[in-house]
Write a protein that binds this ligand. Structure first.
Ligand code: HXC
Length: 518
């Protein structure tokens, strides 16, 4: 007759079992993970959330695979740590893949655990954070692992626009597994990580191209070339800090406003703003100096800093309120809008709109970038994304015209006609259908041909056109500009407008969804 164990013994067994499972792949594999310069799955969770706040769910989950040597094989937590926690005092849900357990590969149970945590995010209106470090779908589990990932993708889409989703890529993220991060709002990638759909070996077999894994799918490649990632982190600790900082700007869900931080009410003039932008339209400067000159403590979290640098986007605060800043960057391609800049800014605008973050747009743009590659690449379809994103956005929208604002690009940078609630222009602003040089070629070509001194007549006409249209006064006369302001007072105007616009409501006709030109 078997004797029932005492409660004390059962509790000891439980503690031993728990301790064993928390060791993941065991001391040797954990040591290797550390030797590789990475934190372990549990260390990442500890570093991310408030001390003592993590509630783990599913530690005892076990796969049910019996083939390919898996029968009875212990796979601690099925290779992923999942649960709820508080982060800077706010609820989050998370999943952290454990590379020491079968390479963090995602079996059926693994993916169900991830998707369950995601659904808890949705039900509780809290952000979801997915720390990736995995060889992808668990090959031994075949289509069960494929199906599990399918549920993760589906749930990513359910959460999209309802709660913020952030992916940290801290190790391999290979094959179809890369599509879960791609479905989230922000990807933070460490320099130890690699992401690709097909690796170098498959590429060599199929296309003959030779490339290293790092050059193909490293953090720098995804920032500079593919635009897949939003932040590059030195290491795990840096990625976690970026994640925390990013979340600090965001509400927990789409029904809340972003948290307003304490502020000192300081809107004193900043005379430095009068000297950053050269009056001469062709001279370059760094628009980030303007951004830092108007936002709280010069604190600006730039998103996709290494991608399409002709457009700067990111988060900041004005009197403690989160804002999304979109700005042309005259120091790169003269700030012209190309395909990548349009895609980058449109995505950012839509994120801000989904999560009730007001938009501040700083304009100094000569136009859309001309070129055969731009036209063949679909600058029409892709540039239209900006028009669509701004027009569809119902959050407070403020445009500040710093200098040039020409043509379609003027409209695309959130003009009055695209629903800007406030348009401010600096005295240097030039609002025109196109630059004066181009305009006289179209309107006065014949007249210039007839002139004795063609160059002198051309210069005269350019001057005339510029002084007529290339000022903020004509646009203000047509109520396309609400006010022409001293640059030094920009912060005060923005703070006041954000205050007065906080109750803005903009109801659109009901429909399933609009059809942004993809
Ligand atoms: C099962 C896996 C695995 C996987 C790694 N492992 N990936 N087990 N399924 N997908 C196991 C390895 O067998 C090994 O187990 C352990 O994890 C560590 O892996 P190593 O190869 O020793 O580590 P490393 O040299 O650091 O290389 C890591 C890696 C490599 C680059 C991720 O393991 C790799 O290329 N894995 C396969 C990646 C891949 O092709 N994934 C696609 C899966 S199919 P042992 O016990 O030997 O230590 C897929 C389809 C899409 O994703 C599904 C929809 C999303």
């Amino acid at each position: 007759m078997s004797v029932k164990k005492s409660m004390e013994d059962l509790t000891k067994d439980l503690q031993a079992k728990r301790a064993e499972l928390e060791q993941g792949g065991g001391p040797d594999r954990l040591a290797k993970q550390k030797k590789d310069g990475k934190l372990t799955a549990r260390e990442r969770v500890d570093a991310l959330v408030d001390p003592g706040s993590f509630e783990e769910l599913g530690l005892f989950a076990q796969h049910r695979q019996t083939l390919f040597g898996m029968a009875g094989k212990e796979v601690p937590a099925d290779g992923v740590v999942t649960g709820a926690a508080s982060l800077d005092g706010r609820l989050v849900h998370l999943a952290s893949q454990d590379f020491t357990v079968l390479g963090g590969s995602a079996g059926e149970l693994h993916s169900h655990k991830v998707a369950d945590a995601m659904e808890m995010s949705l039900h509780t209106g809290s952000p979801f954070i997915f720390i990736n470090d995995s060889g992808g779908a668990r090959v031994q589990e075949g289509i069960d692992s494929l199906s599990g990932y399918g549920r993760v993708f589906f749930t990513n889409v359910e959460l999209s626009g309802a709660v913020p989703q952030v992916s940290l890529i801290c190790g391999p993220c290979a094959g179809g597994a890369a599509y879960s991060p791609a479905l989230t709002d922000f990807i933070i990638m460490t320099k130890k990580a690699q992401m690709f759909i097909t690796g170098p070996q498959v590429i060599k077999q199929v296309t003959g191209e030779q490339i290293t894994a790092e050059a193909l799918g490293g953090a720098d490649a995804h920032m500079a070339h593919s635009g897949v990632t939003h932040f590059t982190a030195e290491d795990d600790a840096d990625a976690i800090n970026i994640c925390k900082r990013l979340l600090s700007f965001l509400p927990s869900n789409n029904l809340e406003d972003p948290p307003r931080l304490p502020h000192d009410n300081n809107v004193d003039p900043n005379p430095a703003l009068r000297t950053i932008v050269p009056v001469e339209g062709k001279q370059a400067y760094d628009v980030r100096d303007v951004i830092c000159g108007v936002v709280d403590r010069g604190d600006f979290l730039e998103v996709q800093a290494g991608y399409a640098p002709n457009m700067v986007v990111g988060f900041a605060r004005i009197l403690g309120r989160s804002v999304g800043v979109i700005a042309n960057q005259p120091s790169y391609l003269s700030g012209a809008i190309d395909i990548n800049a349009s895609i980058k800014s449109s995505r950012f605008i839509r994120f801000c709109n989904a999560f009730n973050i007001s938009l501040v747009t700083l304009v100094d743009v000569p136009g859309f970038l001309p070129g055969v590659q731009q036209e063949y690449g679909g600058i029409i379809r892709n540039g239209a994304k900006m028009l669509f994103a701004y027009s569809a956005a119902t959050v407070p929208k403020i445009q500040v015209i710093l200098r040039k604002s020409y043509g379609g690009a003027h409209l695309a940078m959130c003009s009055k006609d695209l629903g800007a609630d406030r348009v401010y222009a600096w005295p240097t602003a030039e609002v025109a259908v196109m630059g004066a040089e181009g305009a006289v070629e179209i309107v006065f070509r014949k007249e210039m041909e007839k002139a004795e001194d063609k160059a002198a007549r051309r210069a005269e006409l350019i001057d005339e056109y510029r002084s007529t249209f290339s000022t903020p006064y004509v646009a203000a006369g047509r109520r396309l500009v609400d006010d022409i302001i001293d640059p030094a007072d920009t912060r005060r105007h923005l703070a006041q407008a954000l205050e007065y616009l906080q109750t803005k409501r903009d109801h659109r006709p009901p429909k399933k969804h609009g059809l942004i030109p993809l």
